[in-house]
Each structure stands twice: as structure tokens, then as C-alpha cells.
Design a protein around this ligand. Structure first.
Ligand code: LMR
Length: 404
């Protein structure tokens, strides 16, 4: 008998999540997980932050009724303030709406759905390289996606001229996905001058910008990292922009799936209508968002003591990642002075991109050092116990390629 479903295509799986499963199955004790973008502490485990522990005690067990479609009201207000800062002109003008989302992936997905409904058929541009799921999320909503240059493999740095050229040549009012801080996978961000040139161009071309800010606090600090989106939102008076953020990484709340989508609109009426459309999309998809993560985040953002505790912990995470970059560079140079490690220290956040070949990446994996197939290395997976081994393996594979 023929199945009612017809021919169901197989799905090979997501490269990041699959690699993590392979890592988990690897019985070696000296393996290093530099694949998935998860922050690990010195002990190689995901930390439970003290701020989260205290917030968890504070919220205890309480009535868990359904949240409104758009999420917890306090969470929405507090997250909007964390993203745009206190007293942002767009907020004061009432032209901003923030909704609670299921992680930042859920936020991008809702943004893509909204844009598919409001401005279908536009071209979506994602950096090359980018987090692979950016393409999938917009394609699922019905868009065609293409890329703009970002990484220059020769200089192991930003291809800013290529980026500007591509976005200038793009049709006006295209949809541009921009990662404002701690770019995934390269770890390369725009400097202040580049940010201002890019913002001018985006506004001049009336491109619709979707900011994916998944790593607020991992670059220089919570306020510093939000600077790009805050400045842009202030200038985007006519068009607006969309900003997605997440607490997976900066609060180590991966499984809670708490994120948000903030839409900066042209006026108050549009903001109200956008909120309505987002509520409708949520209602037709998962009805209402989950509660616990939103409560934890709200308590941390609202209470000065807990907020300070979190900021300190965040500084600790940021500094640990920076130390690990330095350690890796030092260890590599101690083994092979000729290997260029400058790129490691110029990049920031969780990821580093060395432009390794597929062959070098498989060789590293055979040694128990897991990087993504693209060569993305999660610096947050380095610890004092594995950094020397990673450096040794890095030198070995780099030299093998050099000799040929
Ligand atoms: C990553 O980039 O590795 C993380 O954001 C995890 C994921 O869902 O891909």
C-alpha cells in the first residue's frame, strides 16, 4: 500500500548538532569539543551561573498559567531595555515592540515569517561565511538567500570592501542579516568607522536589516556590544530594523530557550500592528512561549544585585575566552614560531576561524580535536587541560599542509 505521506525525503541532520553527537560518542578522554557554540568553564562543563542559581531560588514554584502569546510582559520590557538601552529615542517614541521568542533561532524564524508576509520576494543576504541556519530559516519562510563577502581567506580578516561593494550592488530594500557583535563563525567584527560606513549604506539603500545579536556581552560588555544596534535603531527613523537576541550563551541558559525579537518600526501605529502580526504567527505556531526562562531572566535583569552578579560572571566568561585565545597563540608559537597566530587575537567572542582545509580539519578530528567542517573553532571549549594538545595538533596539521 502507498503511504499517505508520499515520498518523504531523508534529512542528513544539522552539521553542528551531528558533530556534537559524534563528539559525545568518542570514548577518548583527552578529546576537545571545539565544535558546537557552547560556553564551557575551566572544568569543561557548561556552568550554572550564580546569578541563575539565585534567580531560581527567588522564583521558586509558582503558578504556571499560560503566558500571553507575545511573552512575559516584564521580560519583554526588560529585554528591550537591555538591547536598546535606557531611554532609547525609538522606545520613547513608542515605535518599538519586543516579543519573547524560543531562543534567537525562534526570533529569526518569526522575523522571517513576518518579512515573508509583509515583503515577499525580496532577496535575503547573509554574510559569507555565516551561521548556516540563517539560510535555512529564511528559505523555510519562502525567501531566496545569497551571500555578501565577509571573510578574506588570504588576510584572515574582514573583506570590508567586498562587503560594501556587494550591498551597494544589491537591489534597494533587500533584507540584510547582520551580526553586530562576535560574528559567528569568524569572530571578526566591524570597527567603529566600518560600522558607520555600513550603516550609511544600509540606510541610503533602504535595506531592511535583521540583526542577529546572539552574543551580547561576549565582545566587550553588555552596553558596548549593543552599541551598533542602538545607533542604527536611532538613525533608522523611516524604515526601522529587526533585532534578535538570546540568553543561551550569555546566561548559559541553553535549554531554557529564551530569546527575543525587537522590531523597531517607523511609528507607533506600525509597532502595534507588527506586534499583532507576531502574536498571530505565534498563535498559529506554538500558541504561547515557555515560562521558566523568562522568569529567571526577568529577575536577573530587574534586581540590581543579581544584575551585578551576572555582569561580573559575564566578564569572567569573556576574560576566560580571551585568555584561552592568548594561551593557544602562545602555545602554538612556542612549538612553531613560523605559524601566524595574529588572527586568533584579532578575533573575539566564542569563535575563531583559521581558514583550515577540510583535510586539516579531518586530521584534527582524528586526533580528537573537534572543529566544524567549515573550520570554525569554538574558543570557549578550550581549557588549561586541552589547550596544549590543541596547539600541538594545530601545528602538526598546518605544517603538513605547508610542506606540500
Ligand atoms: C552554534 O552556532 O554552534 C550554536 O548556536 C548552536 C546551534 O544551534 O547551532
Amino acid at each position: 500500500m502507498k503511504s499517505l505521506l508520499g515520498r518523504v525525503e531523508p534529512y542528513a541532520g544539522d552539521p553542528i548538532l551531528l558533530l556534537n553527537e559524534v563528539y559525545e560518542r568518542d570514548p577518548r578522554v583527552d578529546k576537545a569539543n571545539l565544535g558546537i557554540g557552547v560556553y564551557l568553564g575551566e572544568d569543561g562543563a557548561i556552568p550554572v551561573l550564580q546569578s541563575v542559581r539565585l534567580a531560581s531560588e527567588r522564583i521558586g514554584i509558582q503558578v504556571r498559567g499560560y503566558l500571553p502569546m507575545e511573552g512575559h510582559p516584564r521580560y519583554r520590557d526588560l529585554v528591550c531595555e537591555l538591547v536598546l538601552g535606557k531611554g532609547h529615542p525609538a522606545v520613547l517614541a513608542g515605535r518599538v515592540t519586543t516579543i519573547q521568542t524560543v531562543g534567537s533561532t525562534g526570533g529569526i524564524s518569526l522575523a522571517a515569517d513576518l518579512l515573508a508576509k509583509q515583503c515577499p520576494g525580496r532577496q535575503v543576504y547573509v554574510s559569507d561565511p555565516s551561521w548556516d541556519n540563517h539560510h535555512g530559516l529564511f528559505q523555510r519562510a519562502g525567501f531566496r538567500t545569497s551571500t555578501y563577502p565577509y571573510w578574506n581567506p588570504k588576510t584572515r580578516s574582514l573583506d570590508f570592501d567586498g562587503l560594501i561593494r556587494a550591498l551597494r550592488e544589491a537591489r534597494d530594500s533587500s533584507i540584510i542579516v547582520v551580526q553586530p557583535v562576535c560574528h559567528n563563525p569568524t569572530g571578526i567584527d566591524l570597527n567603529a568607522d566600518q560600522e558607520s560606513v555600513l550603516s550609511d549604506l544600509l540606510l541610503e539603500k533602504r535595506h531592511l536589516v535583521v540583526f542577529d545579536m546572539a552574543y551580547q556581552g561576549f565582545g566587550a560588555g553588555l552596553d558596548e556590544d549593543a552599541g551598533f544596534v542602538r545607533r542604527f535603531a536611532e538613525r533608522a527613523v523611516d524604515g526601522g530594523c529587526l533585532i534578535v537576541n538570546s540568553f543561551s550563551k550569555n546566561l548559559a541558559l541553553y535549554g531554557e530557550r529564551c530569546g527575543a525579537l525587537t522590531v523597531v518600526c517607523c511609528d507607533k501605529r506600525e509597532a502595534e500592528c507588527v506586534l499583532g502580526q507576531l502574536k498571530l504567527a505565534i498563535r498559529n505556531c506554538y500558541a504561547t512561549p515557555p515560562m521558566t526562562g523568562a522568569l529567571l531572566v526577568s529577575v536577573i535583569l530587574a534586581e540590581a544585585k543579581l544584575f551585578t552578579c551576572w555582569s561580573d560572571e559575564l566578564s569572567g566568561m569573556r576574560e576566560r575566552m580571551h585568555r584561552m585565545r592568548q594561551r593557544l597563540a602562545t602555545e602554538i608559537r612556542a612549538l612553531a614560531d613560523a605559524v601566524d597566530t595574529k588572527f586568533l587575537l584579532e578575533q573575539r567572542g566564542m569563535f575563531s576561524f583559521a581558514g583550515l582545509s577540510p583535510r586539516q580539519i579531518s586530521q584534527l578530528r582524528r586526533e580528537g580535536v573537534y572543529l566544524l567542517d567549515t573550520g570554525r573553532m569554538c574558543i570557549a571549549g578550550l581549557t588549561s587541560s586541552n589547550v596544549a594538545k590543541v596547539a600541538r595538533c594545530f601545528c602538526a596539521v598546518t605544517k603538513v599542509e605547508c610542506r606540500k
